[in-house]
Design a binder for this molecule. Structure first.
Ligand code: ACM
Ligand code: ZN
Length: 512
């Protein structure tokens, strides 16, 4: 069955349904014919696709039945959309002279995990709404239902702010990148955000904003220096890596700022989720700050890691009042006091992520984004397609109780070294297809996956997306090692020495 993710159950029979410009989309699929516009369908016989909601099915479940005269989709509301996406893949694969001969078949399908995500970092490099829409089209084809937008980091803040205009005047602009002197700037206006959110919802995707705090915040500190422990002026970062310039957790003014900012961001994004980051926050400045030291005493806290829990909990409480559930990167659970309802996104926690396992075993919901198989910014030499495909999110170490708390999977794409739309899609596809399959729970068979992946190449080409060849995706050990070494040589500069020191500091704090 040439679709990705592979359906749970599929049977094929003799004959075809001729999908053309004259196929009538009816029932709840009315209006969805427009989703086939990439195919340039020609005129053909009049026939019908009918979709009906079945309250007995789960929201994301569907049954697709193709017979020569009719196509029927029965399912939950989202399930019907997924049935149409399965059909789009089949149509693209079987397209000839503007007519798609869809084989007679019956498919019963539903995802394993409720959460299947992709993250894009728009801080390190900014991508216009047109690219975001193209990404959303790809996500919907792959039945990925969450798009996590990393909107703020040391290198830029990317949303219009009416509350704090300097986040745009100062925080959305950097003078250059690693000494190239080329300005990088941009942010999404309120109108653009509204349009992107609506476009995503039409495709059954929620956009989750991430305001990464208290670390990765130089764009905020450059705009409003009073947010830092020392109140020092600084510029939006032009180099990468981990900085120890983080938000002050002791001053009330930081919380007042953050309450207003998360209120504004939440007003743009209706998603039930809100990401607060929490990764890579060395506490060097906190240890020397009278406000932070006082906050430790006033709140009976034993360590600066506990202060991080306290800090993030205050913002979580604000967001919970708005009905939001907060997601954090795994470092944010290390303080030990993080509120129970917050979700842990696992990316890196030493060789064996014991704290992540323990949190899941103790009831904390968890999203799996382990960096070595799922970080799409790494070169194929380091993270070949096969590695991404074969990774099992149900890692050894989770107990049966912990496994129940895996919500799903997400692949992040950080963009320090991704500055064009072409490079973005090169890194993203086809590896995201492998992640989509793990999230859907398709039975694993790499050879079969590669055949199905190839059959989707024409659809992505029609969408204006070029994927690397399978040879590039699995380069083998020698070419792989060369690509990996090149990647790290390019990434290494003076700022990386500081970054490595800060990483060690953050690491040693978390082990306390
Ligand atoms: C991360 O990669 N620092 C979440
Ligand atoms: Zn401070």
């Amino acid at each position: 069955m040439p679709t990705v993710p592979k359906p749970i159950s599929f049977t094929k029979d003799e004959g075809f349904f001729e999908l053309s410009k004259n196929t009538v989309f009816s029932g709840v699929a009315k209006g969805m014919g427009g989703l086939f516009s990439y195919l340039g369908l020609a005129s053909g016989v009049e026939n019908r696709l009918t979709a009906v909601i079945d309250d007995g099915k789960q929201d994301e479940e569907y049954m697709l039945q193709v017979s020569p005269g009719e196509i029927k989709i029965i399912g939950g509301e989202r399930g019907i959309y997924y049935g149409v996406m399965t059909l789009l893949q089949l149509a693209a694969k079987n397209l000839k002279d503007g007519i798609a001969n869809i084989p007679v078949c019956k498919i019963d399908d539903r995802p394993k995990y409720a959460y299947r995500g992709f993250m894009l970092d728009v801080s390190r490099h900014f991508f216009p709404p047109s690219t975001i829409k193209k990404i959303l089209d790809v996500l919907s084809v792959l039945k990925i239902n969450y798009f996590h937008l990393h909107i703020s980091d040391n290198q830029g803040y990317r949303l219009e702010s009416k509350e704090f205009p300097k986040l745009n005047e100062i925080g959305s602009v950097r003078a250059g990148t690693r000494g190239d002197g080329k300005e990088v700037k941009g942010y999404y206006t309120a109108a653009e955000i509204e349009e992107m959110v609506g476009y995503a919802l039409e495709r059954r995707i929620e956009i989750i904003p991430e305001l990464d705090i208290p670390g990765h915040t130089i764009a905020l500190l450059a705009s409003y220096p009073y947010l830092g422990c020392e109140g020092k002026e600084m510029k939006v970062a032009e180099t990468f890596g981990i900085s120890d310039n983080i938000l002050c957790a002791g001053k009330e003014s930081t919380y007042e700022f953050l309450y207003k900012l998360v209120d504004e961001i939440a007003s743009y994004f209706p998603s039930k989720y809100f990401h607060l980051g929490g990764d890579e926050a060395p506490k060097t400045k906190w240890k020397n700050c009278p406000h932070c030291k006082k906050a430790l005493i006033d709140n009976n806290l034993k360590s600066f890691s506990e202060l991080q829990s306290h800090f993030i909990n205050k913002i979580i409480e604000r967001l919970e009042q708005k009905g939001k559930t907060v997601i954090v990167w795994n470092e944010a659970i290390y303080g030990g006091l993080l509120k129970d309802g917050a979700i842990c996104q696992y990316w890196s926690d030493g060789k064996k992520p014991r704290r992540v396992f323990a949190a899941a075993d103790g009831g904390r919901k968890t999203i799996i984004s382990k960096f070595s198989p799922y970080y799409l910014d790494y070169p194929y030499g380091m993270t070949p397609l096969k590695k991404t495909y074969n990774f099992d999110p149900e890692m050894d170490g989770f107990t049966s109780e912990g496994l129940k708390n895996i919500m799903g999977v997400e692949a992040p794409l950080w963009t320090e070294y991704v500055d064009t739309e072409e490079k973005l899609f090169y890194q993203m596809l086809p590896r995201l297809m492998a992640v989509a399959e793990s999230g859907w729970g398709s039975a694993k068979d790499y050879t079969d996956f590669k055949v199905r992946l190839e059959s989707l190449r024409p659809l992505f080409a029609m969408m204006g997306i070029k994927m690397p060849s399978l040879g590039e995706c699995d380069p083998g050990p020698i070419k792989g090692a060369i690509a990996t070494v090149k990647f790290f040589i390019n990434a290494f500069d003076r700022s990386m020495i500081n970054s490595s020191i800060n990483a060690i500091k953050a690491q040693s704090e978390r082990r306390r």
